[in-house]
Design a protein around this ligand. Sequence first.
Ligand code: DQA
Length: 160
Amino acid sequence: MAKSSSKAAAQKATAKPVFVLNGPNLNLLGQREPEIYGSTTLADVEAQVKARAKTLGLNVICRQSNHEGELVDWIHEAREMASGVILNAGAYSHTSIAIHDALATLDIPVIEVHISNVYKRESFRHHSTISSVATGVICGLGTIGYELALEAVKNKLTQK
Ligand code: DQA
């Protein structure tokens, strides 16, 4: 592909925002079990993600919900409205077939994020219902995982 048309293709691929979705209890980041999740708040995480998005030439829409159905609705919205999805579904990652089924309808990059290393924790956190329908998983790196996920989405959208 000629240089100008590949640039146009990359611009088209990244024209829609990346949805950054956080599930239950992640509104309490910074207060909740700081020895596991750290002291960074969700507002801090969203500010960091927006700053990283700017440097990558991406737009992001950040949302958080404690309700499974609302997360499903946002994933449905992403079918038309998003170029990628970054999802920390919290505890629903281990239980939700509804979120699995919603993600399975997407044909855009989906990155599953966990702040903590779930494999070092209780065995009920070792299984994810959503990893099998995610493009990739970032786990155990702390809140920088969201920024790394954004880089991964950019890479997926622009790579040949
Ligand atoms: C989490 C890990 C989940 O097991 C837990 O239920 C969460 C947060 C994480 O980011 O490490 O709420 O997804």
